[in-house]
Design a protein around this ligand. Structure first.
Ligand SMILES: CC(C)(COP(=O)(O)OP(=O)(O)OC[C@H]1O[C@@H](n2cnc3c(N)ncnc32)[C@H](O)[C@@H]1OP(=O)(O)O)[C@@H](O)C(=O)NCCC(=O)NCCS
Length: 77
């Protein structure tokens, strides 16, 4: 799921079918996405991902950094 707000893009779920994981598909999707949105004039990308998994390291490979000034809040109802 991909959105953009003005010139800031948002990745809202990156997923590869478990049957096809570990074949470099997510890497290809990220390379293509970042190249395409830059060409389209986007100046930033945001995403939220799960903590305590390999995912933060995966995104750091693409230059993403943890945003210290955002607090994710939630509540059970
Ligand atoms: C995250 C996800 C999209 C990766 O898809 P993928 O196509 O298997 O990833 P790739 O094969 O392109 O792997 C790229 C790199 O990610 C890392 N990586 C991928 N899966 C990993 C795993 N299970 N554990 C540790 N590192 C992993 C590796 O560094 C890998 O590079 P390498 O193969 O050179 O070691 C996939 O695991 C997925 O769909 N997960 C469930 C949904 C999810 O958590 N999405 C993120 C929410 S934002």
């Amino acid at each position: 799921m991909l959105f953009h707000y003005g010139r800031t893009f948002e990745i809202n779920d990156l997923a590869v079918d478990p049957e096809f994981q570990h074949r470099g598909i997510a890497k290809q999707l990220m390379d293509r996405l970042l190249s395409d949105i830059k060409k389209q004039g986007m100046v930033g990308v945001n995403l939220i991902t799960a903590g305590n998994t390999f995912l933060s390291e995966f995104y750091e490979e693409y230059g993403f950094k943890e945003e210290k000034q955002v607090i994710l809040m939630g509540k059970d109802i």
